[in-house]
Design a protein around this ligand. Structure first.
Ligand code: UDP
Length: 477
């Protein structure tokens, strides 16, 4: 099996890069060489740039290679961020093709779920291609079904927000909780995403960052072909949870917030973090602050400036004082820690002092919470997070909802109530949630061990990959 080379092709953004790097580590452990082909965002995205630098430094065995994507071809890209990413990735196809042709060996391509246009590159080269789906298996069940459902549905989701939709393998979902890109059926981005969903069926297999115990119902629906009626879908391999564990994610020194956590009692701190892009208006930041203060609980809160201040960049000089209620930081100094911009989330979650996680429901965050056994308070913000919230609360039962997330403002009283519910020792619902997370954490470890379901699923995928590389290997070179 040695000396096979797999090309990993992530989409733009930290939420896609992090799990791809974890996937790369699995390939390395199985004796394969990994090249990570990176398309740089044409926008100034210092969050991703910093994350990439950290990851590259922490993982010298992975060859990170930047594709020379010409600005011509991307300059007319959409202003919708998802459409823009799809356009940029599509425009990168010739660069990807040229790059791969120049490599001494390419045995398989593993494409992020947003990179389905690169299936054309794989076909051109005669190399087997697999999709890496870095969101919930439940999302995959929905996304594979949407091309069947949406084009002939009575209306766009945005027009009937309270309509309850029924898809195979997942709990009922209100239209307003469907992915943001899918809300308007006639939008370019919804059409592009539908086409990407349909194209996933062209891959030889779909790797999913989840595990079968966690999402058994979705797995069954997918295995029985219920999501893609009348068409054979490629095999789905649940190989997760792939989350950062063990090292410091490339940071050279221990973050101050971890030192602070060391001094807190076990399971006493609420952690609030909202993904790589989450930002709140100033009124919302103040409601959160009031809720935390009134809850009386210890907290660790990753705070960013409101969206109107700046977008998608790290602000080392961020001044928290004017953003938060007057005197808040001083009054909560003994029991609260506000981190500017970015915390080592996965390490924070694994710290014994963390008792609850207020999350935006990005799938990496959800998995990191599960792998750490931390109950979650679900506050979805963007992308497919509202759908994840449905899975997490209704199906996986690893969190409760922060009510009001779909309105303009979540009130301080709600923040306080949910924090109290999840943190209070021995409270009925909170206790049930904690027990569920203890089990989920154990399962997250078990499935990755030899003989565990995710280990076995990876073996099955690898057998398929190696079978294919033997017959089609490097025919283009
Ligand atoms: N993350 C982090 N520190 C932060 C915010 C986010 O390390 O302050 C990491 C988090 O651990 C996760 C990723 O960034 O691995 C975010 O991915 P997710 O899918 O949760 O959300 P997205 O950013 O894609 O919305």
């Amino acid at each position: 099996m040695a000396h096979k080379t797999v090309i990993l092709y992530p989409s733009l953004g930290v939420g896609h890069l992090n799990p791809m790097v974890e996937l790369a580590k699995v390939f390395l452990r199985r004796g394969m060489a990994v090249v990570m082909a990176i398309v740089d965002s044409p926008d100034k995205d210092s969050v991703s740039a910093e994350a990439l630098a950290r990851l590259a430094a922490a993982n010298p065995d992975i060859a990170f290679r930047h594709l020379p994507v010409p600005s011509r071809g991307t300059e007319r890209c959409s202003t919708n961020p998802v459409m823009r990413a799809i356009d940029v990735l599509r425009a990168a196809n010739p660069a990807l093709l040229g790059f791969l042709r120049a490599l001494p060996a390419v045995d398989a391509l593993v494409l992020d779920m947003f990179c389905t246009d690169a299936l054309d590159v794989a076909a051109e080269l005669g190399v087997p291609a697999y999709i890496f789906f870095s969101s919930a298996l439940g999302d995959l069940a929905v996304m594979l079904h949407l091309p069947y459902y949406y084009p002939t549905a009575p209306s766009s989701f945005k027009d009937t927000p309270e309509t309850v939709l029924h898809f195979p393998g997942v709990p009922p979902i209100r239209a307003l909780d469907m992915g943001a890109t899918m809300q308007d059926r006639d939008s370019d981005v919804a059409k592009a995403r539908l086409s990407q969903c349909a194209r996933m069926l062209e891959a030889r297999g779909i790797l999913v960052n989840s595990f079968d115990w966690l999402e058994a119902r979705a797995l069954e629906a997918l295995s029985r072909g219920l999501c893609t009626p009348g068409r054979s879908a490629p095999p789905v391999h649940c190989i997760g949870p792939l989350v950062l564990a063990g090292n410091k994610g490339g940071a050279s020194e221990r973050h101050a917030c971890l030192e602070w956590l060391d001094a807190q009692p076990d399971r006493s701190v609420v952690f609030l973090s909202f993904g790589s892009l989450g930002r709140f208006s100033m009124p919302q930041l103040r409601e959160i602050a009031r809720g935390l203060e009134n809850s009386g609980q210890r907290f660790l809160w990753v705070v960013r400036s409101p969206p109107e201040h700046r977008s998608n960049s790290v602000e080392p000089d961020l001044d928290l004082e004017p953003l938060l209620p007057e005197g808040f930081l001083e009054r909560t100094r003994e029991r609260g820690f506000a981190v500017k911009n970015w915390a080592p989330q996965s390490e924070v979650l694994r710290h014994l002092s963390i008792g609850a996680f207020v999350t935006h429901c990005g799938w990496n965050s959800a998995l990191e919470g599960i792998a750490s056994g931390v109950p979650m308070i679900c506050w979805p913000l963007y992308a497919e997070q509202k759908m994840n919230k449905v899975h997490m609360v209704e199906e996986l039962k690893v969190g409760v909802v922060m009510e009001g997330y779909e309105e303009e403002l979540v009130k301080a009283e709600e923040v306080e109530a949910k924090v109290r519910l999840v943190m209070a020792p021995g409270s009925g619902d909170g206790e049930e949630l904690r027990q569920r997370l203890v089990t989920a954490k154990d399962m997250a470890v078990e499935v990755l061990k030899e003989g565990g379901s995710s280990h076995v699923a990876f073996d099955a995928f690898l057998t398929d990959l190696l079978k294919n590389t033997r017959t089609e290997k490097s025919g283009f070179l």
